[in-house]
Design a protein around this ligand. Structure first.
Ligand code: SF4
Length: 240
């Protein structure tokens, strides 16, 4: 399917967002270092212990009504097109929880020549309407280190669909060398071809320390290593 075939926005479509910001840099994965705009959707179906965006979902720690707003998709399109930035990252939370209205956002942006990356935890099967040229998925299946039960964080049908789409890269958050064995099992089971390992951490010291710990073993397995550029530059400052 091509960008031109993405359906027109349904009249009145809205998305629940936590924030939008940029231009900044994509900090993670294959596009790290490239200028990007971010639209962060609110809500998540997981509860990772080290989550760096708990204000998108954790009602025990945040008054979520203060942390989110419902925005017309047309306003988000206009905001994004107002910036001459080629890459737009749709992140969360878990953005595919609101995927019913994502084609309405993606269509006009793709038609205007922008590239899109949707960052997902890999638990939701993507709508075929999102499998279009110019749109990629940065899929981050969660490992045991997230302290979420396996049944909730690994959804085989969703991972199979994302892997088969040919539009997904898989980016695993790792804390230690043992995590790499767990990644290898998932890579084999779901035939994942583009694999990135990213150290967990919201300080430069943690990210770099874990990167040093993981780097040689990641190279030996033929995978790629992602740092967290925004963390190295700005720590866990919000809106970066
Ligand atoms: S999937 Fe992402 S947003 Fe959701 S709890 Fe885990 S780290 Fe946070």
């Amino acid at each position: 399917m091509t960008a031109a075939s993405v359906s027109a926005p349904p009249h009145g479509a809205t998305l629940r967002i936590a924030e939008r910001f940029g231009p900044t840099l994509q900090g993670e994965g294959p596009s790290a270092g490239q200028p990007a705009l971010f639209i962060r959707l609110s809500g998540c179906n997981l509860s990772c212990s080290w989550c760096d965006t708990p204000y998108t979902w954790d009602a025990r720690r945040f008054n979520l009504r203060d942390q989110r707003e419902r925005v017309p998709v047309a306003d988000l399109v206009a905001w994004a097109l107002d910036h001459p930035v080629p890459l737009i990252v749709i992140t969360g939370g878990e953005p595919l929880m609101q995927q019913r209205h994502l084609p309405a956002l993606a269509g006009p942006l793709l038609q205007a020549g922008r590239r899109l990356e949707i960052e997902t935890n890999g638990t939701v099967t993507p709508d075929p309407a999102l499998l279009v040229d110019g749109l990629h998925f940065n899929v981050s299946p969660k490992l045991d280190n997230a302290n979420v039960p396996h049944k909730r964080r690994i959804k085989p049908a969703a991972l199979e669909a994302l892997s088969a789409s040919g539009q997904a890269v898989f980016k695993f958050v790792a804390c230690n060398l043992a995590d790499l064995d767990e990644i290898a099992e998932l890579v084999e089971r779901f035939a994942m071809t583009q694999v990135w390992v990213m150290p967990e951490g919201v300080t430069a010291d943690h990210v770099l320390g874990r990167a040093h710990l993981l780097a040689e073993a990641v190279i030996a397995r033929g995978w790629s290593l992602s740092l967290r550029l925004h963390v190295l530059l700005w720590g866990d400052e919000r809106g970066r």
